[in-house]
Design a protein around this ligand. Structure first.
Ligand SMILES: [Zn+2]
Length: 299
């Protein structure tokens, strides 16, 4: 099944620039729009099939619109917000793993038996192996080991996705989960540390919970970023996707591209960043193929 010729012929003409789908494996509704919204819309424009998996429905985050959400409805609201955000970018394949948001590190929600971080790792990996072997993605994107700003669910989906991509490729492993599948490339979303520190200074959103020590570990160092995707021409669509997560973003004027002050803020976001991860079967050193860069041939 890993013969590249067979793969090309089974992938067919709709396989897009990567020769197969792009799979985003993340933790909460809004993770995809904030970290990859521009990359997603560029991939769709380039003809790539895109699937977004969210481990949870963001059940635990605070609601920015408490008037229309209750703790009982928040999951359904965020489920729909994710679907709406992705529909705006041209993505209809949105899937949930069905775990509960674990809340920020150190909060009582971490101990809820339904919380994603309480799920046995093997259970999560099994669900993801089924997804990878069923979808047969060319490229998989997940969080890095730092989890962006360190949310425990971001770190958990990182480890589970790395294990699932690795196990999916093993010929003898759990044949009942589908035929083996080897992805061409695995990436981690990578927000530059300097950029996150600028946001953390404002003490807004998740950053106000962070200790000084945790702030030193935010995001990814510039020298560790391997791949930069220019999304300047897609900022408006990314902003619309972010705004579709109304229960997450609060004051929408913060994301208004036409407000003078915000234009400067958004200009800092005119690239999305990734780390090309080295898979166990790839050479231990040297440059790796970087298929995401193909997106820079598309506006
Ligand atoms: Zn998240």
């Amino acid at each position: 099944m890993d013969d590249p010729d067979i793969r090309e012929s089974t992938a067919g003409p709709s396989a897009g620039p990567f020769g197969g789908p792009l799979l985003f494996s993340l933790a909460h509704p809004d993770d995809e729009s904030f970290s990859c919204g521009g990359t997603i819309v560029k991939a769709v424009a380039a003809g790539a099939p895109v699937t977004v998996i969210s481990a949870t429905r963001g059940e635990r985050g605070e609601s920015a619109i408490p008037a229309i959400t209750t703790p009982q409805t928040l999951a359904a609201v965020r489920d729909q917000e994710l679907r709406t955000a992705m529909a705006g970018l041209g993505v209809t394949d949105v899937r949930f793993l069905g775990y509960w948001d674990s809340g920020m590190d150190g909060t009582p929600e971490n101990d809820d038996p339904r919380a994603f971080v309480q799920a046995p790792q093997e259970d999560v990996v099994t669900r993801l192996v089924v997804q990878v072997r069923g979808l047969r993605p060319a490229v998989v994107i997940t969080f890095g080991p730092e989890g962006g700003y360190g949310h425990p669910d971001h770190i958990a989906i990182h480890h589970a996705t790395v294990d699932a991509v690795t196990q999916s490729a093993q010929a003898g492993h759990r044949p009942e989960l589908g035929p083996p599948w080897t992805v061409d490339a695995l990436y981690y979303t990578a927000t530059p540390r300097d950029l996150l520190l600028k946001f953390a200074e404002k003490n807004e959103g998740p950053f106000r919970h962070l200790s000084m020590e945790a702030r030193q570990r935010l995001g990814v160092r510039e020298e560790d970023i391997t791949t930069r995707i220019d999304i300047t021409d897609r900022l408006r669509q990314k902003a619309a996707a972010v705004l579709a997560h109304a229960s997450q973003v609060g004051d929408p004027t913060r994301f208004d591209l036409d407000a003078a002050g915000e234009r400067r803020h958004w200009r800092m976001l005119d690239h999305e960043h990734f780390v090309r991860a080295r898979l166990p079967w790839e050479p231990a050193s040297g440059d790796l193929a970087d298929p995401l860069l193909k997106l820079d041939q598309f506006p």
